[in-house]
Write a protein that binds this ligand. Structure first.
Ligand code: UDP
Length: 410
């Protein structure tokens, strides 16, 4: 018997306090025609990275509102994940040597996965490029949706042409931003992901809970604290953060914590983490742990939260920090530049010098930090809670209900 009130299954009713009665009723009405529909979300990792962070609470929320929803994770070999990480980077602007062997390994692993998983749902949502070719191996009886979370604004054209072979078989492609749009056959829908304000990572914490968590990892709060929390990935520019921090320390005594984790579908993370360890000293802490309560405590206690990404599909770490009224300095890229209104609810930066300059400004001005933090929370409340993301999925599923689903059911 579970008695601890923290272990509660949350549902859309719990969002009333943030989004109001009218919005909750509207979402429930949109869920009504979909009651008892059967949905599958499929991605490539159970933890590490934004997609898993969204799917964990979203699949619960969808079930709680009456839509039977599963979360499937594909299995893959190290070769497969090394290839799909190259694809991920190439979709975000790198280039990839697209050999026949890479294509064969990629497609073969998905063929194997298709044998392990049935596709008897009413809607199938495939997240990101890793499981994309699954669509080739089923007798398609329902709408398939490709939900792409990466920044597609400057993809490797050769790779995109190859992936289009699969994408064009889908019934819709969901992209985060209009600027990521590409010439795909299926209609494109644009919406943001969102955060769950009720989970361990984002729920309110008391001062003593924050201090306990930080003390557990011997993180000192005696000096201003600069924090970046991200998968260990070159697109998050951890080395740039360290360089900016060193510049800040030329003027102000402070500490830096880089907290990261390594997703199971990301073979590069471990190497980057090990490389960063060389920078550790009494003011720079590099931590690799999977601890949502620590993420929460750090985002609340930080004097400045940095997310100095060079590429960022959306940037949930920014949303999470803004929700906690943190003063955020974020790279002027991808989804971050839509979340942060420069100078109003955070700062957007494009260089190491600018990052250092804005960190100093924020450390020195408590009023500015508080004002930006208040604005940041309000923006997340209005636009980036998981309830909005749920509503967008409901709209999308309902559009199939009327346009296509009857055909599929024939
Ligand atoms: N995250 C975490 N622990 C870490 C690093 C990251 O729990 O040590 C979480 C972070 O809180 C966020 C997600 O991983 O929810 C990262 O999502 P984001 O969209 O920022 O970047 P992605 O990893 O998807 O590129």
């Amino acid at each position: 018997m579970i008695k601890n009130p923290r272990f509660k299954l949350f549902g859309i009713e719990d969002y009333r306090q943030y989004i109001g009665d009218k919005k909750v009723e509207q979402i429930k009405e949109k869920a009504d025609p979909l009651k008892n529909s059967f949905v599958s979300h499929c991605n490539s990792t159970l933890y590490g990275g934004g997609v898993a962070e969204i799917l964990a609470p979203l699949t619960i929320l969808m079930n709680r509102i009456g839509i039977k929803t599963e979360w499937r994770v594909i299995q893959g070999t190290p070769d497969f994940f090394s290839i799909t990480k190259k694809f991920h980077n190439a979709l975000q602007g790198d280039s990839v040597n697209l050999t026949d062997l890479k294509k064969e390994i990629y497609e073969w692993v998905l063929k194997e996965n298709s044998l392990r998983n049935r596709a008897d749902h009413d809607f199938i949502v495939i997240h990101d490029p890793q499981p994309l070719p699954l669509i080739n191996y089923y007798d398609k009886k329902q709408p398939w949706i490709w939900r792409c979370h990466v920044d597609l604004s400057e993809p490797d054209k050769n790779l995109l042409n190859y992936l289009k072979m699969f994408i064009d078989k889908y019934d819709a492609a969901v992209l985060t931003l209009k600027e990521y749009d590409q010439d795909f056959k299926p209609p494109r829908v644009f919406f943001n992901p969102g955060i769950d304000p009720l989970c361990t990572k984002n729920r309110e914490l008391s001062d003593s809970e924050i201090i306990d968590r930080l003390e557990h990892y011997s993180i000192s709060c005696g000096l201003p604290l600069i924090v970046q929390i991200s998968r260990f990935d070159h697109s998050k520019d951890p080395e740039g953060v360290i360089k900016a921090f060193k510049k800040v320390r030329e003027n102000i005594d402070c500490n830096l914590v880089l907290l990261g984790n390594v997703a199971t579908d990301d073979p590069e993370g471990e190497k980057i983490y090990k490389r960063l360890l060389d920078y550790q000293n009494e003011h720079i802490r590099i931590l690799s742990v999977q601890d949502s309560a620590l993420v929460n405590a750090l985002q609340r206690k930080a004097t400045v939260v940095v997310q100095k990404s060079l590429k960022e599909g959306f940037g949930l770490t920014v949303t999470e920090a803004m929700w906690k009224k943190a003063a955020v300095v974020g790279g002027n890229v991808g989804g971050i530049k839509h979340q942060i209104d420069d100078g109003k609810n955070g700062f957007l930066v494009s260089s190491i010098d600018e990052t250092a300059e804005k960190i100093v400004k924020l450390i020195e001005d408590e009023n500015l930090r508080e004002e930006m933090g208040r604005n940041a929370r309000e923006k997340v409340r209005k636009k980036y809670l998981l309830s909005s993301c749920l509503e967008n999925y409901l709209d999308l599923f309902n559009s199939f209900e009327t346009i296509y689903r009857l055909d599929y059911k024939k």
